[in-house]
Design a protein around this ligand. Structure first.
Ligand code: PEP
Ligand code: CO
Length: 500
């Protein structure tokens, strides 16, 4: 067996050998840059296939024990119908292209890790409601249509900072088990059985994503999300004391004044009210487990491109964006719009190389760069990234800020949390820096929930460290709760109304 073949056959079942490859060559685009708004067909590189990633080193690779069970799960996934269509994917890409031109704003949000157990009507409806309510505030503030992209219907796989987790057992002795990598891979309970990787969870994840999406589509088609009836979106606890009276009043004023806002936007002349009131939702998740992603990556009739049909917008995490790694190899060949997270260690040249690798044809709408630098680092790190991508003429980029992942901290009691004020500060600096650089912040990416959880500190509700124990429900990162998410949306909206 050659070295490559050995690496290929071993990669998904055992710890992979380091197969270091030269990074993907930055390919100069052919011809002249395209005029604004002109879409070019994305063309998969000739040396790419949905499985070509297997020859590369995968960071955060899932290691399974039972090869036959992996093959059976992948075969099953390959045979199942897609969750989304290529038309929807292409539509989202067009909307993102318009966001790149400043005509739309992206709101991306949802759980850090979706769980199979949360696939129930209340939880799904609440996720839609909070995103709808936030988008309404943002439409009002920005006077732009908002693209709503949920972190849902597939956000089941998590990269972890450590592959193992140690806890104190009842007998006072330490127990070490594999970390929880999300419901697509293993289970959260701290037992050896639950933490074993199980390939069948990929099929279960697909099924739960399908059920989630089915309900989302039914709610939207049934008029639940009709902008003429924002009263439908009230969460059951909307009228409870948890929301400060001024915010509640502002929201009610806003939804009552919606008709005026719609008229105002019609007067802007870009689109009709019919278009503005059509509420759409798109899905996104981190494309982490490439076995799952590639099993549903295929050509569709009458198109030449390959689409990842599990989601509209896969994104790559900060830990899996190595240029010579499996995740970039996978992502460079699919026609979906792709997001890439950039953490504080991202260098300017990384951003340029990523843009060239993932979008060599400079296709509008294709690439979204999601900075998650942390409030203390934004001012030092962001200008260089923006300038480098612009100066390298690396193609259009939608700049989005994820103000969550760079602001995670652990309390003295060992609880993972984030401060509302730090999240807001990162957003504020990010807006300022884009404006100062002649660039534009085109969207925001939040970990949030429509539930009344207590995971992040601060906000108008003044959540303190003592409150965290009350209802900390996330199996991974802390999310803004309903009240914090709405407050954040209002503050953003005010900022955008005052010129961004
Ligand atoms: C996430 O979005 O949950 C995540 C892990 O993000 P990042 O890759 O930015 O750390
Ligand atoms: Co997270």
């Amino acid at each position: 067996m050659t070295r490559d073949a050995r690496a290929r056959s071993a990669d998904v079942y055992t710890r992979p050998r380091a197969v270091r490859r030269p990074p993907i060559k930055a390919r100069r685009p052919r011809g002249n840059p395209l005029p604004d708004g002109v879409s070019v067909p994305h063309t998969a590189p000739s040396d790419w296939s949905p499985e070509s990633w297997k020859a590369r080193l995968a960071a955060h690779q899932v290691v399974y024990e039972d090869r036959a069970a992996v093959d059976a799960a992948v075969l099953k996934l390959r045979s199942l119908p897609p969750l989304v269509t290529s038309w929807e994917i292409e539509r989202l890409k067009r909307l993102l292209a318009e966001a790149q031109e400043g005509k739309r704003f992206l709101l991306q949000g949802g759980d850090c890790a979706e769980s199979l157990a949360d696939c129930n009507p209340e939880s799904i409806a609440n996720k839609l409601k909070i995103l709808l309510q936030m988008s309404l505030a943002l439409v009002h503030g920005s006077k732009k249509p908002v693209i709503r992209v949920g972190r849902f219907a597939g956000q089941y796989a998590k990269p972890r900072s450590s592959p193992m987790e140690t806890r104190m057992g009842d007998d006072g002795r330490e127990v070490t088990l594999p970390s929880y990598f999300g419901d697509l891979i293993n289970r959260a309970d701290f037992t050896p059985d639950a933490r074993r990787t199980d390939p069948h969870l990929m099929v279960r994840g697909y099924q739960h994503a399908a059920m989630t999406l089915n309900f989302v589509r039914a709610l939207i088609d049934g008029g639940f999300a009709d902008l003429h009836h924002p009263e439908y979106w009230d969460l059951s606890f909307m009228h409870e004391a948890a929301l400060p009276a001024d915010l509640r009043a502002e929201y009610q004023r806003l939804s009552a004044g919606l008709a005026d806002a719609l008229k105002f936007m019609e007067a802007l002349g870009e689109t009709s009210v019919a278009e503005l009131t059509r509420v759409e939702f798109f899905t996104s998740h981190e494309a982490l487990n490439l076995l799952y992603e590639s099993a549903q990556t295929r050509r569709v009739p009458r198109r030449t491109e390959h689409y990842n049909l599990t989601t509209h917008m896969p994104w790559l995490g900060d830990r899996t964006r190595a240029l010579d790694g499996a995740h970039i190899e996978y992502a460079r060949g699919v026609a979906n719009p792709i997001g890439v997270k950039l953490g504080a260690r991202a260098r300017a040249e990384d951003a340029v190389a990523l843009a060239r690798a993932l979008n060599p044809a400079k296709e509008p709408g294709k690439l979204t760069l999601i900075t998650r630098l942390g409030a203390p680092n934004v001012r030092a790190a962001l200008p260089g990234l923006i300038r480098a991508v612009r100066d390298a003429d690396a193609g259009p980029v939608l700049w989005v800020c994820d103000p969550m992942h760079g602001n995670t901290e652990t309390t003295a009691r060992g609880v993972k949390t984030r401060r509302f004020e730090a999240i807001l500060e990162e957003l504020d600096h990010t807006f300022d820096i884009h404006a100062a650089e002649g660039s534009r912040l085109g969207g925001v990416h939040f970990e949030l929930t429509g539930e009344d959880v207590t995971e992040c500190l601060g906000g108008a509700g003044g959540l303190s460290e003592d409150d965290l124990a009350r209802n900390y429900a996330s199996p991974c990162d802390p999310r803004l709760n309903y009240q914090q998410a709405m407050e954040m949306a209002f503050l953003l909206a005010r900022r955008m109304a005052n010129g961004g």
